[in-house]
Design a protein around this ligand. Structure first.
Ligand code: NAD
Length: 349
């Protein structure tokens, strides 16, 4: 048996990554499409063998409630739409896999969690990095203290954003600029690697004056996260420079490790530098290439089938929004911002 999904939104991610990823899934299949563009939806449905009667639009979306083939929806819309389409799906009696960032604020994230809870439906945020084997190995090494305590993480996610108009440069639709879109990979992965929650953040922000891309949203954010173990994560995200997506975890007993690229869709590469006596050895251990999207989707399907809580539930997205809000506040005030103490959100242990 495979869990049946309705894909909501037929943009770049759906067409280029998710639809092909479903072909590599063991427990998941696409049974329906939700789109504002009937011609596109029809073409995609034909290409992927999806019944024409299972094409929905944003108006009749709620009638998925009457379709027993659909167990879950996968929401792949601009960020500001995640809340509405999650809540409508929960009310229609469907489980929800929602793209990152979960929403545009922690308040919205909380509403989504509450709606799914009330409906008795599962909610997972699509943090693909947490399902990818090399990142998981880095998480294991961090937590097992393979090279000692990781005291510093340096994490970078930068890219050159295209010209406006596009929703990612529209504050209302995107919620922010480089921070919620790509800086989120740094903040979420730090939390995942360390298995602990930051108590303080310190940040600053810069946008090139008169660049038409950054009228509404920020270009570059530099932010530090301080963790109870004493670990410090130093992070950079930007929409204004050439692509680079990597991190390194520096441990206190003879080694560092990380990935470069770390946050890309394909071709992730692990790097390890280790000293033995007076020799420094560099290695690139590999677990082979796996489709991260397929692993993530199948994880959610297994949770639906076995009635388990996903590794990255709504609460994980909510916590990231609290961290992002603290980062914005720190950048605005120039002061460190403390986060409220929360229970460790850690499904992997
Ligand atoms: P996209 O612009 O390519 O697609 C967005 C889709 O939403 C389009 O089909 C568009 O027609 C539809 N849409 C409906 N109402 C819209 C509106 N008012 N304005 C603009 N588009 C509207 O975007 P995308 O890159 O596919 O991103 C979609 C979501 O997926 C975002 O939340 C994004 O953060 C997330 N994403 C995640 C990853 C990842 O690696 N996990 C990668 C890319 C995007």
């Amino acid at each position: 048996k495979r869990v049946g999904y309705a894909l909501v939104g037929l943009g770049n991610l759906t067409l280029a990554e998710l639809l092909p990823a479903f072909a590599e899934c063991k427990y998941s299949k696409v049974v329906a499409l939700v789109s504002g563009s009937p011609d596109k939806a029809k073409k995609v449905a034909e290409q992927y063998g999806i019944a024409e009667k299972n094409i929905y639009n944003y108006q009749n979306y709620d009638s998925i409630s009457k379709n027993p083939e659909i167990d879950a929806v996968y929401i792949v819309l601009p960020n500001s739409m995640h809340k509405e389409y999650t809540i409508r799906a929960a009310k229609a009696g469907k489980h929800v896999l929602c793209e990152k960032p979960m929403a545009n604020s922690s308040a919205e994230a909380q509403e989504m969690i509450d709606a799914c809870k009330k409906a008795g439906k599962k909610l997972m945020i699509a943090y693909r990095i947490q399902y990818e084997p090399h990142n998981r190995l880095a998480m294991q090494w961090t937590r097992e203290k393979k090279f000692g305590q990781v005291k510093v993480i340096n994490s970078i996610n930068v890219q050159n954003s295209g010209a406006p108009p596009q929703w990612r440069l529209d504050k209302e639709l995107a919620g922010g600029g480089s921070l919620p879109d790509i800086g989120l990979y740094c903040s979420n992965t730090n939390r995942f690697l360390l298995g602990e929650e930051p108590h303080t953040v310190l940040a600053s922000m810069y946008s090139t004056p008169n660049d038409p891309r950054f009228k509404e949203v920020e270009e570059t954010v530099m932010f530090q996260m301080f963790f109870p173990s004493g670990a410090v994560a130093n992070n950079l995200c930007s929409y204004g420079v050439h692509d680079s997506k990597h991190y390194r975890c520096y441990a206190d007993n003879g080694g560092w490790f990380g990935l470069d690229p770390a946050f890309a869709y394909h071709g992730l590469k692990m790097e390890v530098s280790q000293t033995q006596g007076d020799i420094e050895m560099k290695q690139n251990p590999s677990k082979g290439e796996k489709n991260q999207f397929a692993l993530e989707i199948d994880h959610f399907s297994e949770c639906v089938m076995d009635n388990k809580t996903p590794y990255t539930p709504g609460e994980e997205g909510l916590q990231d929004h609290k961290v992002l809000e603290a980062i914005y506040e720190s950048a605005k005030t120039g002061k460190p911002v403390k986060l409220e103490r929360i229970e460790k959100l850690d499904a992997f242990r």
